[in-house]
Design a protein around this ligand. Structure first.
Ligand SMILES: [Mg+2]
Length: 209
């Protein structure tokens, strides 16, 4: 079952990134160096190639291996940041076969804390954290308040809303920050890949818990 969960996570994430690679590239052409789609697609293609080995590992080790693969294959700034996200989620994963919703919330919190530390960034700087932080915060609140009905679709809505909110932000981290005020008016590419990953992964994880 755990094996099946990881296979579905990887297949969903890889297909989502692959099918949106051009969009991510276009967003990055506007305020970055135009390689985000290619880099993310290369990383998740490699993860998909290793899906059998990753899924054979316990969840904690599997997520850490997934993260290390992204570090090595995505490159740029996004590789280490997404790598950190998954490695920290893996370190926080329970030893049980399937994570509970509370486990997932703790894993997300650990992953987001890792990205903040690694990127020396906070929400409001027009980065992937502008999606990941509201997602982790809302997930924690909803789970703690036992508002479980439609949890996955509510989180997807929050991710989409948060993504669009990056449009009016001025970039304070990453290559887009070199543009200063000219970064306003564009969706952040890293926030977009994060929203895509949240969407594909939450739809697999939440119904399983
Ligand atoms: Mg780039």
């Amino acid at each position: 079952m755990q094996n099946e969960l990881m296979l579905r996570l990887i297949e969903g994430a890889a297909a989502t990134i692959e099918s949106h690679a051009e969009q991510l590239t276009r967003l990055d052409q506007a305020i970055g160096d135009g390689d985000h789609g290619i880099n993310m697609a290369r990383g998740f293609k490699e993860v998909a190639a290793q899906k059998g080995e990753i899924a054979a590992l316990p969840l904690s080790k599997g997520l850490q291996r997934l993260g290390m693969t992204l570090v090595m294959k995505v490159g740029g700034a996004s590789g280490p940041l997404y790598g950190t996200l998954f490695m920290e989620m893996g370190k926080a994963a329970p030893a049980t076969a399937l994570p509970t919703l509370l486990d997932l919330s703790a894993m997300l919190d650990a992953g987001v804390a890792g990205v903040k530390a690694r990127g020396k960034a906070e929400p409001g700087m027009k980065t992937m954290l502008d999606v990941l932080c509201p997602v982790a915060d809302s997930f924690r609140d909803l789970v703690n308040n036992e508002e479980i009905d439609g949890l996955d679709s509510r989180i997807i809505a929050i991710a989409g809303h948060s993504l669009h909110a990056t449009t009016m932000m001025e970039a304070k981290r990453g290559r887009a920050s070199f543009l200063g005020p000219r970064s306003v008016g564009h969706i952040d590419p890293g926030a977009c890949s994060s929203a895509l990953l949240v969407g594909s992964m939450i739809g697999v994880l939440v119904p399983q818990t």
